[in-house]
Design a protein around this ligand. Structure first.
Ligand code: FAD
Length: 309
């Protein structure tokens, strides 16, 4: 099969999730990459070095400056004449683009795959990750989003693909870019961090969340996560939410502090390599998935742990 993989980037650097999407695509066949933007030749050159990439299709136009999905989807439709599958990571950007491309191609998207079982067969989570469904697509062209935590990233360097400039489709006239607010943080990005320290309702307030969680995260060089209850209560901004309706993470180490372990939270973190939890209720469901569990008051345990580190 010939696959085309969406390269997610910010105009400068390629997002790690792309490397997982390439890993999934490699299981289907040959891999070409698609770089879209304005003045993004540097990104295309970097993409050409990704392992397994044969060719990088580069589409540059003013209409692509902000990679609006409405403008990029017709481009994907145009390019798909040559390909059997279009693959994007199941990120915010990928989830905006892929369904639009699928609709234009008149095929059904296969979302959030966990594995490639064959050229038309995939597994994907349903019921908040409690059931893994095996699905088969009979569409001639596949449009697939990939859960990046389920695929080991390919190397970002070592490939020797060539860059090919493609003709552009221009402005679809459906949306305009008004502005963006980018959260600045010196901490690692939540979905790619090696260590995540998450706090829940047990923290009790925004002040105590900051006092207890931040020093531990700083000591460990970790990203900060949160349960939805903590986000809803205003302890922390919603881009920190982990879970079914938040971000999916699978770090080397995940700390769940004052988090009960509702299935919707587990859906976002249960594939973490080592789960460490601190909770005063020894019957909290989080202990069922934890590798290391401490029963006790987080306000005593976490500062002590941070101090010892
Ligand atoms: P609680 O369940 O209230 O747990 C707090 C825990 O803190 C308790 O276990 C308690 O024992 C412990 N604790 C309290 N004080 C201390 C202390 N001093 N020391 C130690 N431990 C202490 N939730 C998510 O997280 N992410 C999602 O994406 C998400 N999506 C959802 C989608 C839907 C459709 C629905 C219906 C729900 C969703 N939820 C999600 C909500 C989820 O069901 C839970 O309500 C939520 O995860 C609970 O958050 P929590 O564990 O912080 O709070």
């Amino acid at each position: 099969m010939k696959t085309l993989v969406w390269v997610e980037h910010d105009g400068q650097a390629i997002k790690d999730a792309t490397l997982s999407a390439v890993a999934a695509a490699s299981k289907l066949g040959s891999v070409d990459l698609l770089v879209v933007g304005q003045s993004v030749r540097g990104v295309a050159d970097a993409a050409a070095r990704i392992a397994n990439a044969e060719k990088v299709k580069l589409a540059e136009a003013e209409a692509y400056a902000h990679q609006l999905a409405e403008n990029v989807a017709p481009l994907v439709q145009q390019l798909m004449v040559e390909y059997d599958a279009f693959i994007a990571a199941a990120t915010t950007t990928g989830k905006a683009l892929a369904p639009r491309a699928a609709a234009l191609l008149d095929v059904m998207q296969v979302s959030d795959i966990l594995s490639v079982e064959g050229e038309d067969t995939f597994t994907r989570p349903i019921y908040a990750g409690n059931v893994i469904a095996m699905v088969k697509s009979s569409d001639a062209k596949k449009v697939i989003t990939v859960r990046s935590t389920a695929f080991d990233k390919v190397a970002a360097t070592g490939g020797r693909g060539m860059v090919e400039v493609v003709s552009v489709t221009g402005d679809a006239g459906l949306s305009t870019f008004e502005g963006q607010e980018v959260a600045e943080s010196s901490r690692p990005e939540l979905t790619s961090a090696k260590i995540v320290v998450s706090g829940g309702r047990g923290l009790g307030s925004a002040e105590r969340f900051a006092e207890v969680i931040e020093p531990l995260a700083d000591k460990l060089g970790a990203a900060i996560g949160a349960s939805r209850a903590a986000v809803d209560a205003g302890y922390v901004q919603n881009d920190h939410q982990v879970g079914q309706t938040g971000k999916i993470v699978a770090p080397e180490a995940y700390f769940a502090i004052g988090i009960s372990g509702a299935i919707q939270h587990l859906a976002g973190m249960k594939d973490s390599k080592t789960i460490i939890t601190i909770n005063k209720d020894e019957d909290a469901p989080i202990f069922q998935v934890a590798d290391i569990g401490l029963v006790g008051d987080l306000f005593a345990i976490v500062p002590e742990l941070t101090g010892k580190l």
